[in-house]
Design a protein around this ligand. Structure first.
Ligand SMILES: [Zn+2]
Length: 361
């Protein structure tokens, strides 16, 4: 069987060769893998080890603001405004200018378009809100602005001629004037009467015809030797009356510990409700003599006797207080025109009685 042995020997060598190749390949793979591992370690270390920094001498340099890279701008957080675009007292800027411009167009605002939401702007917003049936809080919120900038916005009622018609204008607790009421033809009394009297403030206003009648009357009084005179008050806006009323209510609550409803009841004894004061007409005047009780003065006696001839009435007397609802105010005169005033004197009617009588004619 040598052939067979030979065959076997010849046949053994390919197996050895294959084994050798397998061993060589395995060795090559092991060496390669080691080399790869070393490289990875090097890579890892290179990433950790900082690159050498060039040595720089520190120099203090004021940074050029133009060249300084700005710090990353934080994402703006929206202001915590409950209503977007809400405007109220103290607000400033273009949106307020726009608001003032629109209020002026509609006849509610006559102040400066200055972008400052001051008391004038607030009053105008309140008046707009009242006329347009909105909550009159003086804040231009979303709802108010929506109406204001719409075609449905109602304009301010125009000034009213308070001397128009055959019946004198009656204002009292049961005859209030509408919101936004404003008399026509207001003038500064001082511009008409000058130094004939002194004034609580130089800006006191009244309807021109009434101011002229007052001037004629007091000129005659002074000529008769009845002086001096002081004008305490004439025209008062409904907004003014609201402020006076609120201040008095707050005073009673804080100083006299009254409840709100008690304080309001107490206030109504001496202050008319907003809209219910005759001073809103621009036809009423409160006269005074500085330092004296007016009812004790010779001026008062003169006025009581002569005012009728100049178109004035003594509006609130004690005798008629059960009808007028107001106790005697000797200092308060009201212009109705000579035709009415002389009739009222002759008939001994207060304004409520006289108006009722005229309405029944
Ligand atoms: Zn008065």
């Amino acid at each position: 069987m040598p052939q067979n042995r030979a065959y076997k020997r010849r046949n053994r060598s390919p197996y050895l060769f294959i084994l050798l190749v397998v061993l060589l390949l395995t060795a090559a793979l092991v060496v390669g893998a080691r080399a790869m591992n070393t490289w990875k370690v090097y890579e890892a270390e290179a990433a950790v080890t900082p690159a050498p920094t060039p040595t720089v001498t520190p120099i203090s340099v004021t940074p050029d603001p133009a060249r300084v890279t700005p710090a990353p701008t934080p994402v703006p957080t929206p202001a915590p405004s409950p209503t977007p675009g809400l405007l109220s007292s103290g607000a400033q800027g273009e949106a307020v200018k726009q608001l003032q411009t629109r209020l002026q167009e509609l006849g509610y605002y006559s102040g400066k378009i200055d972008g400052d939401y001051g008391s004038g702007t607030k009053s105008a917003v309140q008046m707009f809100q009242k006329i347009n049936g909105l909550d009159a809080d003086g804040i231009a919120g979303q709802k108010t602005q929506a109406v204001l900038y719409s075609d449905a916005a109602l304009p301010a009622p125009g000034p009213v001629d308070t001397l128009e018609g055959d019946i004198p204008l009656l204002v009292n607790a049961s005859h209030p004037l509408p919101d936004g009421f404003e008399p026509a033809d207001l003038v500064k009394v001082k511009d008409i009467a000058g130094s004939l009297m002194t004034y609580e403030t130089n800006s006191i206003q009244a309807v021109r015809e009434a101011a002229e009648a007052l001037t004629r009357m007091l000129q005659d009084a002074v000529n008769d030797g009845y002086k001096p005179w002081k004008l305490r008050e004439a025209y008062r806006t409904i907004a003014d009356q609201q402020r006076i009323f609120n201040n008095r209510v707050n005073g009673y609550m804080n100083e006299n510990n009254l409840t709100r409803s008690q304080a309001i009841a107490r206030t109504r004894q001496s202050v008319a409700d907003p809209g219910c004061s005759e001073h809103h007409t621009g036809l009423a005047f409160d006269l005074n003599v500085t330092g004296e009780t007016f009812s004790d003065t010779a001026q008062y006696l003169w006025l009581k006797q002569h005012c009728w001839d100049y178109g004035f009435i003594m509006r609130y007397t004690d005798e008629k207080s059960d009808i007028t609802g107001i106790t005697g105010e000797e200092w308060h005169v009201r212009y109705v025109g000579v035709e009415h005033s002389t009739k009222m004197r002759d008939m001994d009617y207060c304004l409520e009685e006289y108006v009722a009588w005229l309405e029944n004619q």
